[in-house]
Design a protein around this ligand. Sequence first.
Ligand SMILES: [Zn+2]
Length: 461
Amino acid sequence: MSISTVTAARILKGQYSGLWEKEELVWETFPYSAIIKTYTTDSQVADSAASANAYLSGVKSNKGTLGVDVNVDLGNCSAQLDDAFHLSSLASWFQDAGRSTGFVTTTRVTHATPAALYAHVADREWEDDQEVRRDGEDPDRCDDIAEQLILSDTGKRFKVVMGGGRRNLLPKAVTDVVENKKGYRNDGKNLIDMWQRQKASSGSRAAYVWNRQDLLGLDTSNTDYLLGLFGYSHMDYSIERDNTQDPSLPEMTKAALEILQRDAGGYFLLVEGGLIDLGHHGNKGKKALTETLEMDEAVKVVLSMVNLQETLVVVTADHGHSLSINGYPSRHTDILGVAEVSGEDYLPYSTLLYGNGPGYRTHIPGHRPDPSRQDMAGVNYRQDAAVPLRSAAHSGDDVGLWATGPHAHLFTGVYEQNYIAHALAYAACVGHGRTFCGGGVRRNRGVETCRGQRRWHRQRC
Ligand SMILES: [Zn+2]
């Protein structure tokens, strides 16, 4: 969600509301904002795994690795096994402090962003055991991400897990409940069943749901643990979603908060609008922007449910995409349309353009397709890209961060991405470092002392 994505989504929201360029996304009303530098230990341009390590664990790492530090190179199973190289995340810090945790995403629950909360793997693609084996490694040695979600110490302690990706939790012998396809797992494990048995054996009130009706009908006040898997792979784009089947990101966010907010000691929730990135990968501007507006709705739900005197809300992006808003379109011009002026080839071009990706079309003068003669309003229209790539690459430009609530003032300036995790831990009095509640290591004592304090910003606990 590059800055250009935020700007373009704001204008699209304004097209719908009539406010056009003057419109605001919900987080643009937050009192504090910052600029975040996203480069990784080995790349100027981040992927979602390395960037999630940074903002969720406070340590920059190599591209493609999850929950491990710079000592683990991409795909190095042996290095993955060394505990000394493992990172701990905000989720585990909150859990160690006795607080509730959860995450909600529109991607697979085993995808890079959520996985950085609970997994330690040398390759983000090891979402199930067959993918570990495909890379010539032994899945019995190097546990895959889905297994770590259900069986790891951090994974087991999530109160809320919602997103897509049933295929990575199901064995090959099992056919998916919606799609007529088999699970991906070679090891025979049905991790969804295992999760249900695990919670039942501990006497917890747990619910597994896979469709919107069951989620909306769930009595969240009597649910301690919730696993919601609403897609065989990623969830569908909001503009293509079957609303009778799949919940929206705002609906999942609401259910997650209803469960987590029952913890009087506080909670941590990660909400990811993961399909913004996927839309951009296809150079499909309309999908990326409408997913950004879906995130906007989710943040609106958050603000309607939390007390900003005691809850810090932070909105940011893991990395950018090479979207540019260019030309000189007049005010009140469709952001998904043409920029009004023509190029030197006397042909119009779209306001939104990409640096690279599958939207590449010939640039030979006179042969460039005229975008105004194409279905630019279509959900699958690809804006032009300068360089052909099957899937668009990310961009390395800085991203934005917007914050409101206690300690939001910690985000005013230009920061390394890994600063985010430390600032959040400081504010929430969790983790191993220095916190608002006092010096590091005495975290349990600090948390106990902090409980019940509401006026965090005025009073030391
Ligand atoms: Zn991506």
